[in-house]
Structure formats: C-alpha cells, structure tokens
Design a binder for this molecule. Structure first.
Ligand SMILES: *Cc1c(COP(=O)(O)O)cnc(C)c1O
Length: 382
C-alpha cells in the first residue's frame, strides 16, 4: 500500500452507517389506518386494507394481476407449485439463499447457470446447454434491479417448452421502456422485506398476466379454500395481514420520494468514484428506470493488497458497514456444493463477481456529504 499522511485521512463516522435503512413512514399515516382495523376487528383474510393495497400496488407497478403474500419466499414457493415445476430448474448461483431453497422445498434440483459480468444476471446464452429431459423451468433473478435479458430468456423458454419465473425482490418499481418489470415471464415474485426499497416489514407478492392463474394463486395462498365447505386444492397460508397492508399503504406514499433521494446519492457516488482504478461502477442500461435499491461497486484486486475484502474490513474501522452481497455463491453452500452444476469450472463469472462486489450504504436519510466521506475513505485506502 502507498504511504499516506495520517493528517489527510478522513475521519470515522460517529454513528454506524449501515448498508440500508427501511423507509419509515409518518407514524400517523400508519395509525390512521390501524384505527380502521380497530373499528372492524378485521385483522386478516382479504380485509379492506389488503384489497386497497393490492389495487394500489398493481397500479403503481403497472401490472395486471397481483396477489399479496406474507413474505417473498412463500410467494416464490407458491409460484413453483402453481406452474407445476418439477425435476430440474435452471437458476443463478449469484442470489439470496431463498432462490435455490424454494426449489429444494419443492423437491426440485437447482441447476446453476453462470452469469454475465455486466449486469451479473443469469447469462441467457448459457441456459440451453444446461437443459435436460428433467428441466421444467427457469428461475431468474433481476439482480440489484437490473433487468435480465428477458427477450433471450423468453426465446429459449418458448423453444424448449419451459416455464419462466422472475425473482424481482430487488426490482420494485423498475421499468423497461415504460413497462413494469412484473410483466415478463409466467410469474414474477416481489419481496417487501424491511431491507428492500419498498417494504411492509415482512411481505411479498406474485404478479401474473392472466386471470385464471391469478385466481389459482389466490386459492393456493389460502389453503385452497373456496367456501366454508369447499376446499379444492392443497394450499398453504401465504396471506398478508391487515397490519402489514396498513404499513404497505403508508410506505407506498413515501417510496417515490425515497427513490428520488437515492437517485441523487447514486449520482454522488458515481461522481466521487469515477475513474478510480480497479473499481467499477454499476452498469446503466438504456431504457431502464432504476430503483436504486442498492449501490454495488466491483473492486478488482490489483496485486497491491487493495481488494474487496480489504475495503470491506477497513470501512468497518470507519464505522461503515458495507455488505459482500452476494458472497458466497449459493453453489458454495454445503447443501448445494456437490451438485454437478456447482462445479466452479462452470461458474467462472459468478465466482469472480462474488469476490469483487461490495454493496455501499444507500438510503434516503443518508446525506450527500456522508456519501462523499465514504468515497474519500475508499479512495484513501488505495
Ligand atoms: C429478499 C430476497 C428474497 C426473499 O424475500 P423474503 O420476503 O425475505 O422472503 C428472495 N430473493 C431475493 C433475491 C431476495 O433479495
């Protein structure tokens, strides 16, 4: 490492700076809605707030049919069942554990496909060689909100008769040429966990295009109950409560403002870190409206000791808690490591990305000067 004068070193933050903080709506905007629950004593099972929230959310996301869930993982489990996936499903190792785990919970073998380095999404050109007679679907993730190559994935899926699920846990509010991100594939899942851009504390949704499939999902998330005396399929309890819907309605009022603030912070990051050697900024894709859920840089080791892990550790000394998101790869977890598709030789880009990515703090209440300070800390480490 280069010698530098300690005098010039940026100061540590007095309070810890975390990678994200959830949107906190005005408490009265939340409690006003709780009063409606207290008046009716209706806490769950398609209450008035649930219905209002579902309608508003579908409009905001520009999608035709949306089912609310108690979390994104149960939603994704239900999506696999609804499409009757079985055997093998092609997915990405560069994701949150929930993605391959829902396949496992459905007795499906995940088949890990390498990623393409720019967006870090599943590389559509590498799907076809992984297809066997057992393959029934593709489960792709819009990583960090960057849309997958939906056209190429659709082509492979149509040609080979496969179903497509998108995990859009990172992509709330993302649009491609004005179209909501939920309009691609057979089913799209969203997560409303508190760490995501938009949240209901815990929550999620499934988005589909046709009313029959929507009706089936609505049944599946409520035990398959049609009426008091009629149960038509073995469903699960995936319902969102009125309390969560109340929070969702209040947070929805804040989400566009939050995105604007994050957008400005992302611009500060871009300006401050531009032209830094061995550090690359997130890709910008023409025609895509981003949501700024994450700000992820890649730090390429240069042999001098400057690396992702070094920056991650050093930032902690300054009270900045960045995240190595996603590290390790899902294919490196004990449960999946022995699968043939987990062989590192088949996943060079995913492995490289997992060793280079670093999620930097981004949330509406962070100040532009905080971002500048984080950037000068990073620069001082080179
Ligand atoms: C958060 C997340 C999930 C799981 O969502 P929950 O609502 O927490 O169950 C799934 N996939 C990805 C990529 C995620 O980031």
């Amino acid at each position: 490492m280069k010698e530098r004068s300690p005098r010039l070193a940026p100061e540590a933050f007095e309070e810890p700076v975390y990678v994200t903080r959830p949107i906190l709506p005005d408490l009265r905007a939340f409690t006003a809605r709780l009063e409606r629950i207290w008046e009716t004593r209706w806490f769950t099972n398609k209450g008035a707030l649930h219905e209002e929230f579902g309608t508003e959310l579908a409009r905001y996301l520009k999608v035709p049919y949306l089912s609310l869930f108690n979390n994104g993982t149960i939603a994704l489990l239900t999506a696999c069942r609804c499409l009757e996936l079985s055997g093998e499903v092609i997915t990405t190792p560069f994701t949150f554990p929930a993605t391959p785990h829902v396949l496992t919970w459905n007795h499906i073998t995940p088949v890990f496909c390498d990623i393409e380095p720019r967006t870090m999404n599943m590389d559509a050109r590498r799907i076809e060689p992984l297809i066997t007679r057992e393959t029934t679907g593709i489960l792709a993730v819009h990583v960090y909100g960057a849309p997958c190559d939906v056209q190429a994935i659709r082509e492979v899926a149509v040609r080979r008769g496969l179903k497509v699920i998108y995990d859009a846990a990172h992509a709330f509010g993302v649009e491609v040429n004005g179209e909501g991100i939920g309009n691609f594939g057979d089913v799209t899942m969203m997560s409303f966990h508190a760490t995501k851009l938009f949240h209901t504390a815990e929550g999620g949704a499934l988005i589909v295009k046709d009313p029959e499939r929507h009706a089936r999902i609505e049944l599946m998330k409520n035990f398959g109950i049609v009426s008091e005396e009629e149960v038509v399929l073995p469903g699960i309890n995936g319902k969102m409560s009125e309390l969560h819907a109340a929070l969702g309605l209040a947070v929805l009022e804040c989400v566009s403002g939050e995105m604007e603030k994050r957008k400005r912070l992302a611009e500060v990051y871009r300006q401050s870190l531009a032209n830094m050697e061995n550090l690359s900024l997130p890709c910008e894709i023409p025609g895509v409206k981003s949501n700024y859920q994450y700000f992820v840089v890649r730090i390429h080791p240069d042999g001098s000791g400057f690396s992702r892990d070094y920056v991650y550790e050093k930032l902690k000394e300054y009270n900045v808690f960045a995240r190595k998101y996603f590290f390790p790869l899902c294919s490196e977890y004990g449960h999946y490591a022995r699968l043939p598709s987990s062989n590192p030789r088949g996943l060079p880009q995913a492995l490289k990305a997992s060793r280079e990515v670093l999620c930097l703090p981004i949330y509406g209440d962070l100040k532009p000067e905080d971002v500048r300070r984080i950037c000068s800390i990073i620069k001082s480490l080179r």
